[in-house]
Each structure stands twice: as structure tokens, then as C-alpha cells.
Design a protein around this ligand. Sequence first.
Ligand code: EPZ
Length: 423
Amino acid sequence: MTRYIISNPEASRGEPTRLNGTVKVQGAKNAALPLIAAAVLTDKEAVLTNCPDITDVENMLKIYSSLGGVTERRGDTVRLRLEYMRSHEIPSGLAGELRSSVFMLGSVLARSGKAKVAYPGGCDIGLRPIDIHLKALSEMGVKVSDRYGYLLCDAADAHGAEVTLDYPSVGATENVMLLAAGIPGKTVIHNAAREPEIEDLGNFLTAMGAEVLGAGTQVITICGTKERGGVEYRVMPDRIAAGTYLIAAAANGGSVTLKDVRPEHIFSLIGKLRFAGAEIDLYSDSVTISASGRPKAVGVVETGAYPGFPTDLQAPFSVLAAVSEGSTVIVENIFETRFKHVAELTKMGASVKVKGRVAVFEGVKRLTAAKVQAMDLRGGAALITAGLKANGTTVVENGYHIERGYVRPEEVFGSLGAYIIKV
Ligand code: EPZ
């Protein structure tokens, strides 16, 4: 079982390990996953560069292979080819493992006219229903039935449509884009998700031969095509990994430069970190943060759909809240149970009260090392960040959660001066 061990020799002198140096930000997990789903749409070769080597991506590539695809990874470049569909069923073992398998639905339906997928269960952060996905696909003529925990979908009569999402769901937006790109006709998505990863998917589908306008805005128009060519595409930088590292620098102090990052993707976080007292310089594709002394509490942080404060940075940010001077209120508006890391932070001396979707932190000067459990991906990353700040040696167990979305965080933090190993 993977564990991360973070020790803090500086802490004995009252000072946490300051972080100093320059790191390149990995490719975005939440862009790479829909792009792999989009590669199902073509029988030509798709090449993804800057594709992060993380377990969620590897599992998505396994699903792609189970459909009849061939994949090859060389460093951060992944080559994919699905010349002939061998199956239209997304294996339940993998579907259960990976929430994002659900948006394979759109592309498998477009490519083969039918799809079978295990109902993606809830996960560590909430129920994760897919009603918005299914309602939109049904409005496009997809017939959906469920049997013994499987969804059986038939897209023989699928057509372009004007759909309005009840909520700007990222996955539902991607699913509709994938189906729409693969069938003739025009589809318009209203109340679409505006996350940058949607824009990346729109660019990829356009490069493949579909016509996609407005990706990244609330209204997306897709004109699909039966003629889909091969694509070579660079995965966008991971804004959540970038934000995680910036938060760690703000909490610990030091001077850190992140290369290959799109500052405009994390403006909501940058505003909060500046308020906490960090100095942040923005460049076209890099960000430099300098912090010293104890961070100041920022008041209220509410997560929201993009461009609001990202729910995926809520857990990492809670570590900054835990050690800031003053009180911080964090409101998690997107997922029902995304505070599982808080109980672990209290084991490290954090002073926090949780009621429903609200967590109130009274900042403490130092955290205390402890053995803690990662309960989900971003909560696990938060515990590593907390270990950097704690007196003594922290052990973060269930590290497999963290490996789902972060490329070798022990190397990233180690290169910035942290004492961290993975065992
Ligand atoms: C994507 O999940 C991301 N995952 C999540 O990142 C991210 O937290 C989330 O978007 C919000 O930004 C990937 O891109 C692979 P949603 P997704 O559909 O698509 C409810 C991480 O840590 N909802 O926008 O599942 C849902 O329950 C992960 O990298 C419905 O009710 O998010 C949630 O409360 C975690 N019905 C809210 O909408 C539906 O049919 C947002 O979900 C779909 C969603």
C-alpha cells in the first residue's frame, strides 16, 4: 500500500520547511480523460502529448483498449488507435474504478450506435448521479434502459438537438459534446460547463473534423461529422495540480515558480492567496509565488462552477485555512461529502468545526505530525501539504488515492526542498 512520509527537521526549530525552486506543472488529468474518450471517435491515430502518467489516465487507457484500441506510452506522449470496435461495453471493474468512464458513453454511442456501461457508483466525495447526462442524451434520441446495474444505451436514432443542462455539469457537457461530434447534425448545449478542460475537448474535436463553437462558454454549438481524422494534441496544464503547489508554498513560505501553467485558469485561487499575504507574479505561462511569515485568514471561501473557486482545490486550501492567522469559513457547494480530510487534519492539531457543507477553521500556528489516511484524491494531496507544515514526521496512508491525479508529488515537493518519500 503506497504511503507518503513527510518529515520536517526545520519544524523542531519552529520553522516549517520553506519551499524554493521551479517545477513544471503536469498535464491536466481532467483534460486527458475526456480526450481519451474523444479518441474513440476516430479509426485513425490520435496522439496526446503532455499526457500525465497517473492511474486515472492508465485506467482510462485500459477502457479504451477493452473497446479494441491499441495504446502506447512513451514518457508523456500517448499514441492511441481504435481501428475496429471490438466491444461497446465499458468493463464494470474499470467503470466502477473510474467515474470518468461515464463520458465514454457519448463517444462509444457515436462510434458504434450502442453502449453498455455499469452504473458508475457514488464515490468518496458524493453520490455522483448521472441524471443530467442521461436526460441530455435522451433528448438527442438515445434510448436508455437499466438492467442489473448496467445502463444499456441505443443511439440508432440519435440526432442533433438543442439541450439545456439543469446544472452546468462538466461530465454531462463532455458526454453531449462527444456524441454530438460523432453524429451528423447540429447540437446546441445551453447552460454548458465553462471549465477550461471543456475548451480543450472542443479544440480536440475540431482538430478531428467536427465543428465546435463556444467551448468554454455557457452555449456550445457542435456540428458533428462521420468523417473524423487523426489528431495530435497537447493536453493543457493541470490547473488543480498548479493550485495545489501554490497553496503549499503559501502555507509553508518560500519562493516557487511554476512553469507551464495558465494563470487565467486559477484567478479565483490567486486572489485568495494574495489576500492571505502571498506575493504572486503572473506571466503568460508561469506563475511565481513568494510567501513569508504566517498566512492571514481570508474570510469566506465558497466553491463554485468555473470560474468560481474550484471544488478540487477546497481540500488543499483547507490546510492554508488550518494554519492561517484568524478564522476561515469554507463552503463546499458542489459535492455533498467533500470534507473527509478534515477529520484527518484534526488529528494533526487543526481546530475546525464542520456542519454539513460548511467548515469553520480557527487557524493554529503549527500542525503536529501524525499518521493519517487519504480518503480521496484531493484530500490526500491536502494531507501531504499539511505534513510539510507539521512538527515531526507525518505518514499519509492510502497513497493510491493521490497517485490517481498527481504525477510523482514526492519528486515535485522534494525538488522544492521538502523531506518527502513514497514507500
Ligand atoms: C468533474 O467531475 C471533475 N472530474 C471533478 O474532478 C470536478 O470536481 C467536477 O467536474 C467539478 O468541477 C473529471 O473531470 C474527471 P459535475 P464531474 O458533473 O463531471 C452533480 C477531481 O478531483 N451532478 O460537474 O463528475 C454532481 O453530483 C475530480 O479531479 C448531478 O447531480 O462533475 C455534483 O454535485 C473530482 N447529476 C455536481 O453536479 C449529473 O448528471 C458537479 O458534478 C451530473 C452531476
